[in-house]
Ligand binder design. Structure first.
Ligand code: SF4
Ligand code: SF4
Length: 92
């Protein structure tokens, strides 16, 4: 496993965007609802590469991305902070 993610499931709205974005199919829908009644995304990080696509697309910014299982070397998106989208800026 090259990467790992942690999802704050209590804040998840169950939109499924992270599931669609993951190139390794590492995220599934939980069978158990959270306290707000949403069925949250659930990580199965077996094939996770730590690419960060799920964290970048999550509108709630509730996915943290880790590399090498335990060593957190990069956080793509931190809880309560929206990911930076500066690369999308266009030159006029
Ligand atoms: S970091 Fe990349 S490979 Fe890992 S769960 Fe997220 S989208 Fe999938
Ligand atoms: S993109 Fe974010 S809010 Fe949507 S299902 Fe994934 S973790 Fe939940």
């Amino acid at each position: 496993m090259a990467g790992k993610i942690i999802i704050n499931i209590e804040r998840c709205k169950g939109c499924g965007l992270c599931i669609m974005a993951c190139p390794k199919s590492c995220i599934i829908v939980s069978e158990k609802s959270n306290k707000n009644g949403f069925f949250p995304a659930q990580a199965d990080s077996t094939d996770c590469t730590g690419c960060g696509a799920c964290a970048i697309i999550c509108p709630e910014a509730i996915i943290e991305v880790f590399h090498n299982q335990c060593s957190k070397i990069e956080t793509i998106a931190e809880p309560d902070k929206k990911p930076k989208l500066s690369l999308i800026k266009e030159k006029v």
